[in-house]
Design a protein around this ligand. Structure first.
Ligand SMILES: [Mn+2]
Length: 326
């Protein structure tokens, strides 16, 4: 892996569809690091960088058209090293996957549990906080310089993928890397403000309506919120604007399971489940044909309305939450 990157002259970087802070921060940060090593770097994204991450700058070229990736490969006689970042499986690369695979060596750098290692060389460490943390270590091993712009990308990756240093994956090393990035010029307050103090008003108005639906059941151990199509229409928002709202019911004192019910256009209700402590919501989701992790899982139900799904969920969780009070 190290050798393949060190000797690469031309690099194409890509990440998963609907990229989050780790995906974009790692992509743009690594792009600057590789460009600083004198490599020609092309980043591919399905869509332009989302507005909320527009504060991230980078060196290297960014394209959103696969034809330009093909042109880059032709220009360099197919002497391309392709690297995919933060992508847990091949499908999540979206439409660039097939193209990435033809440019070899094809490298995979990721921290998702269950990544099968679908590259010619794969570096996967599921215990890591973020791909950004791994890219930092990689840059040190390569002896590469990390510019302030690159440091901002990697810090954003770590901050967002650890939920601001809250999740289990946050290790001593995560803080060491974050500290090193601060030495390289990152201003934590400025990054946090850029990420979290720029919420569009319509999103807060949606939050107002969604939080008004909060209900507690089973002696206050189950908290449920929901969003209807009407709420999205009335506020001019989309499902993406609902991201993170499930954390509000989860945060309530005494709540052990939180659920967020979302009504889709296609008569499908999507449910996100979050657990605190020892509840296993993956098991709950499995009863509805879904899946996930112990603490975060989900499922979908077709042809039923929000209230039907709510009542079924209460019924399924009743024995779990009322039988053991552990
Ligand atoms: Mn990640």
């Amino acid at each position: 892996m190290l050798q393949a990157i060190a000797t690469a002259g031309n690099v194409v970087l890509a990440t998963h569809i609907r990229p989050d802070g780790d995906a974009l921060g790692s992509l743009l940060g690594f792009s600057s690091i590789l460009a600083g090593m004198g490599k020609r770097v092309l980043c591919y994204l399905d869509e332009p960088i989302p507005e909320k991450f527009s504060f991230l700058s980078h060196d290297g070229q960014l394209v959103t058209d696969l034809e330009e990736v093909a042109a880059f490969a032709r220009e360099h006689n197919n002497d391309i090293t392709s690297i995919c970042l933060d992508c847990g499986d091949f499908q999540r690369l979206g439409k660039c996957g097939a193209v990435m695979q033809t440019m070899r060596p094809f490298l995979v750098i990721d921290h998702h549990q269950g990544n099968s290692g679908f590259g010619d060389f794969s570096w996967i460490e599921p215990h890591r906080s973020s791909t950004g943390e791994m890219i930092y270590d990689l840059a040190l091993q390569l002896g590469a310089a990390i510019s302030k712009e690159a440091a901002n990308g990697l810090y954003t990756a770590i901050l967002t993928d650890t939920g601001s240093f809250q999740y289990n994956s946050t290790s001593r090393h995560t803080f060491e890397v974050a500290g090193d990035l601060v030495d390289l010029g990152v201003q934590p307050a400025a990054i946090a403000s850029a990420l979290y103090d720029n919420v569009p008003l319509v999103r807060v108005q949606l939050m107002q309506q969604v939080l008004a639906t909060l209900e507690l059941f089973l002696e206050g151990q189950l908290a449920i919120i929901r969003v209807s199509r009407e709420m999205l229409q009335a506020t001019g928002t989309t499902y993406e604007d609902c991201e993170g709202l499930v954390n509000f019911p989860r945060s309530v004192y005494g709540v052990r399971v939180a659920a967020f019910l979302k009504e889709g256009n296609d008569g499908v209700v999507t449910v996100s489940l979050r657990a605190k402590g020892n509840c296993d919501v993956a098991a709950t989701a499995a009863k509805f044909g879904g899946g996930g992790h112990r603490n975060a899982a989900g499922f979908r139900v077709s042809g039923k309305n929000l209230m039907w799904v709510r009542d079924q969920l209460i019924a399924v969780l009743t024995p779990c939450l009322l039988s053991d009070n552990g």
